[in-house]
Design a protein around this ligand. Structure first.
Ligand SMILES: *Cc1c(COP(=O)(O)O)cnc(C)c1O
Length: 495
């Protein structure tokens, strides 16, 4: 039976999985949600015997019901291959009593790779299934991480091109080097003389430009987005929670039927929502511990039931979580309102008009398995140092926010249920912050000297993603004003 998807803001439209993947966002601005979350067909014991790729198929076939077995298996095989530096794809590492689920073994050493390595294949397959003959052009504005992960995912994927705009003076030197050295004839990286908001606004204007869409269509192109609200990114993230739980059972770390808690360093709320879906599929998860940095909108939301983005935006050492509007939260709001699109749309209107909304007690009761807290910058650094000194294991700043919040939760509640903690980035991605947390003396060293020092200290080899950019030639040097973005796109497409 086919599973359909509905918009969180309008209940009348139902689309197939491939249509939802192609569209990304619904016409009414809502997010696509499956009509029901399917139950796993295999027991945890059976799943425990499966590889990551086999687990991925078990999960995805239930969500993407209009894909054939051959189509899905091909997407999975192309995504989870030797781009990952470990065959298990998402290893679990035990340190100080917590299971760190390492989601950073892909091409750009951060967890975005888990979904962005398969999204291009889901998209091109969806295009084929819906008789879209145009080439798909991915447009992305990035503040650093997503851009590189999307470039790596789409590079040399037939039937696609990708254009990434980044603020020329607003990303770290390593992030910029990662992007401008990107290979692949279908990739194009452009620096904007402006900030991230300028890049983001410019991209939104291009998406909304009907005249441009017509010109592109005539030349055989259409835009699409690799944004984190696409269900083609959300569903692949459910897989690793299923896989992690099955591995714990296999290794005898949990017993049959035993529940676990998950802790997730959260920004846009996609990763933790995937864990929530995993529970609804039948994975025994008790609590969802939502960890924020000093941009603690979500932490306060789970404490009070009020979402309020009216506050100062804080730049932290965990930049991928510096977010005041967590777009994927909308799906939880919708579901806890009893899949009531009208109610949800009213909250979202409040959010865009006043920057805040307050949910009902009933809805709060639906979210009782969620717990929110945050870590300050100092607490985050202390957590990295303490874990390293106790165990020798080095974690990145985002993961450290989660580890700190995990400790706060356990102390506050006395709940010491076994924990799977989503480890979202390699420490090599945020080397300077990580090394400074361990010892202030490192601040004087250059970026690459720090990389070597971290490798020695943590006793792990420098990841390929970092090794490559030491020597890689710059392949992209286009810089433009935000007014020129449209022309730059047309030129790249040869129109
Ligand atoms: C994107 C990102 C996050 C936040 O994940 P969401 O799904 O947006 O909540 C956390 N850590 C890292 C390293 C990331 O890149």
């Amino acid at each position: 039976m086919d599973l359909f998807y509905r918009s969180t803001r309008n209940s009348s439209e139902a689309v197939t999985a491939s249509q939802a993947i192609l569209k990304g966002l619904a016409n009414d601005g809502g997010l696509y949600v499956p009509e029901t979350v399917p139950r796993l067909e295999k027991s945890l014991e059976e799943l425990a015997g499966m590889t990551y790729q086999e687990t991925a198929y078990e999960v995805m076939k239930l969500f993407f019901t209009d894909f054939t077995e051959a189509e899905l298996k091909e997407c999975i095989a192309k995504a989870y291959d030797s781009k990952f530096d470990t065959e298990v794809i998402a290893p679990l590492v035990e340190a100080d009593g917590t299971y760190y689920l390492e989601l950073f073994h892909g091409a750009t050493i951060a967890f975005k790779d888990m979904a962005l390595s398969i999204l291009p294949h889901l998209l091109t397959t969806s295009a084929r299934k819906n008789h879209v003959n145009n080439e798909i052009v991915i447009l992305t504005a990035t503040s650093g991480d997503t851009g590189k992960a999307a470039l790596a995912g789409f590079a040399d994927v037939k039937g696609t091109r990708i254009i990434v705009f980044y603020p020329k003076n607003g990303v770290s030197p390593i992030q910029e080097k990662q992007m401008v050295t990107q290979k692949g004839d279908n990739t194009f990286v452009v620096g904007i003389t402006g900030n991230f908001d300028d890049a983001q606004t410019g991209v939104k204007q291009l998406f909304g430009d009907r005249e441009l869409a017509a010109v592109m269509d005539k030349a055989g192109f259409q835009f699409s987005s690799a944004n984190s609200i696409n269900i083609g990114r959300l569903v692949p993230q459910v897989v690793y929670y299923v896989y992690a739980c099955a591995q714990l059972l296999k290794e005898g770390k949990i017993e049959r039927g035993e529940q676990i808690n998950v802790v997730v360093p959260t920004g846009n709320f996609g990763n933790i929502l995937a864990a929530y879906f995993a529970k609804q599929m039948g994975i025994p998860i008790a609590k969802f511990i939502c960890a924020s940095n000093e941009n603690k909108v979500l932490c306060e939301f789970f404490e009070t039931g009020v979402y309020d983005r009216n506050r100062e935006f804080v730049l932290t050492s965990s930049p991928s979580m510096d977010i005041l509007i967590s777009s994927n939260l909308e799906r939880l709001i919708y579901l806890s309102a009893g899949a009531d699109a009208e109610k949800n749309a009213a909250f979202m209107r409040d959010l865009s008009e006043t920057g805040r909304y307050a949910i009902t007690d009933d809805m709060r009761a639906q979210m009782k398995d969620f717990y929110g807290n945050y870590a300050s910058e100092q607490e985050t650094a202390n957590t990295i140092k303490a874990l390293y000194e106790k165990t020798g294991y080095v974690i990145d700043t985002h993961t450290a926010v989660a580890a700190c919040v995990c400790g706060k939760y356990q102390k506050e509640t006395g709940d010491y249920t076994k924990v799977v903690l989503a480890s979202t980035a390699s420490p090599f991605k945020f080397t300077r912050s990580v090394m400074n947390a361990i010892d202030a003396k490192y601040d004087a060293m250059t970026d690459f000297a720090l990389v070597d020092e971290l490798s020695r200290l943590a006793n792990i080899a420098v990841p390929r993603a970092i090794e490559e950019i030491r020597t890689a030639p710059v392949l992209h040097d286009t810089v433009c004003d935000k007014e020129e973005m449209r022309d730059v796109v047309l030129k790249f497409l040869g129109i």
